[in-house]
Design a protein around this ligand. Structure first.
Ligand code: EPZ
Length: 435
């Protein structure tokens, strides 16, 4: 038997938490913002960049294309791509991080060509990029698929794009393709997530001409192409998903941890759902909140939808909360076709959750979860396991925690700083050889 090392998280039940937790910059804002630095040969300074595996992957990708990336301070980086050294985003990075596809739009915009490995599927769904491709082709880009790569040629021209369904990175890719295009691009049924808006704030600082129009259901972005973009300095917005995760942790342990940089205005709908359950976000200072709760929480009915409604990226964490709320709760997952992988793991911890045709979860709240060995199946499901480990009786061991490091900056350090009994440990992974 050969052994390889892997890391696990060991979490023991922790009754009360206290102290302050600082919310980091948003992963899903940092990634498109870093990709946007491809659009100019001038230096771009990005601040509040979270230290995450996915950010390291994106920086590696940019370095391979020819970017020079230097750190100014713990959270600020300068990106500068004077001349490309390669126009290829290789499979080894793209296969690790689907958001690599975000280099496609800026590369064709600036260089008129790009070769990007087709991102594979991921645990939560097929994650096709057909809408990205169709929109780029409508902008006059010639796209071939060969040997697992997307080969794109041509400078984008302004076009009228209507997305069949809201796509976050699809919207971001087309915005970045359009900012240097000839003529005007209109994107209808655009994604309006705060992270998409944050990208347009950076692009406008760089000199892009972008306007939004959001009236009721109509969500339109208009981009008039400009000749060149300049450098800029921009601070990434706080991570609303990390913030929501810590708010749930505070409610689960009935603690009064102070959450710094809680982006209330990005979590309006989530805060409303929590209020209906008996969980209240109480402002105690500029962007500082504590979480208060009623003695007995009420069950909830949640449907994941595009922003500004309930975010799919908080679905798993909310399921942990509802698993110990007395009564029947329902979660309907509308965004991804396979985002209930955390259900069997929660049931191993003593939850009572049934899933109907992989779309609807029926959660019958139990009094207590009990510790067990579980595995993290995807980024947000791993956060759900951490939350469950803190309240489960005894000890919970979480395997495959690399998922966690992709999206939660220094998670064990933050948990320890508010009193969670958590330990990261390297263990031998027993690999059984063929007999
Ligand atoms: C972004 O993924 C986020 N990632 C995801 O966060 C998030 O869950 C998702 O948006 C939904 O909010 C980043 O921003 C880096 P979509 P994205 O395109 O852009 C289908 C996390 O945990 N679709 O909005 O890939 C797609 O399969 C991650 O941080 C097509 O069919 O999601 C999905 O069912 C997970 N064809 C739906 O649309 C396409 O061309 C929405 O996907 C594109 C998407």
């Amino acid at each position: 038997m050969e052994n390889r090392e892997k890391e696990i998280l060991i979490i023991k039940e922790t009754k009360k938490l206290e102290g302050t937790v600082q919310i980091s910059g948003a992963k899903n804002s940092a990634l498109p913002n870093i990709a946007a630095t491809i659009l100019t040969d001038k230096p771009v300074i990005l601040e509040n960049i979270p230290e995450l595996l996915d950010v390291r992957y994106m920086c590696t990708l940019l370095k391979e294309i020819g970017s020079s990336i230097t750190q100014i301070d713990e959270k600020s980086w300068v990106f500068s791509l004077k001349e490309p050294s390669s126009l290829e985003a290789k499979y080894d990075i793209v296969s690790k991080m689907r958001a690599s596809i975000l280099v496609l739009g800026p590369m064709v915009a600036r260089f008129g060509e790009a070769k990007v490995a087709l991102p594979g599927g991921c645990p939560i769904g097929q994650r096709p990029i057909d809408m990205h491709i169709k929109a780029l082709e409508k902008m006059g880009i010639k796209i071939e698929k060969e040997h697992g790569f997307i080969v794109a040629k041509g400078k984008p021209k302004g076009a009228h794009i209507v997305f069949d369904r809201v796509t976050v990175t699809g919207t971001e890719n087309i915005i970045m393709a359009a900012v240097l295009a000839e003529g005007e691009t209109v994107i209808e049924n655009a994604a309006l997530e705060p992270e998409v808006v944050d990208l347009t704030v950076l692009l406008k600082k760089m000199g892009a001409d972008i306007t939004w129009n959001w009236k009721g259901k109509s969500r339109t972005i208009k981009i008039r192409g400009v000749k060149k973009l300049n450098g800029a300095k921009h601070k990434i917005i706080p991570d609303r998903i990390e913030a929501g995760t810590f708010a749930i942790l505070s409610a689960l342990t009935d603690s009064s941890i102070i959450i710094k940089d809680y982006p209330e205005n990005f979590l309006t709908y989530v805060n409303w759902i929590m209020r209906k359950m008996g969980i209240f976000i109480v402002k105690i200072g500029k962007n500082e909140v504590v979480v208060k709760k009623d003695k007995n929480l009420k069950p909830a009915f949640i449907e994941t939808k595009e922003y500004p409604f309930f975010p799919t990226d908080l679905q798993a964490q909310f399921m942990t909360l509802l698993s110990v709320v007395d009564g029947l709760s329902i979660i309907k997952e509308n965004i991804f076709e396979n985002r209930f992988l955390h259900v069997p793991e929660l049931n191993r911890l003593g939850a009572n959750i049934k899933v109907q045709n992989n779309k609807v979860a029926i959660i019958d709240g139990v009094k207590k979860l009990t510790g067990a060995e579980v595995k993290a199946t995807d980024l947000r499901a791993s956060a759900a396991m951490v939350l469950a480990g803190v309240i489960a009786e005894g000890k919970t061991i979480i395997h495959d925690i690399y998922h966690l490091d992709r999206g939660y900056e220094k998670i064990d350090h933050k948990l320890k700083s508010i009193g969670v009994d958590v330990e990261r440990k390297k263990v031998k992974q027993m690999l059984v050889k063929e007999v």
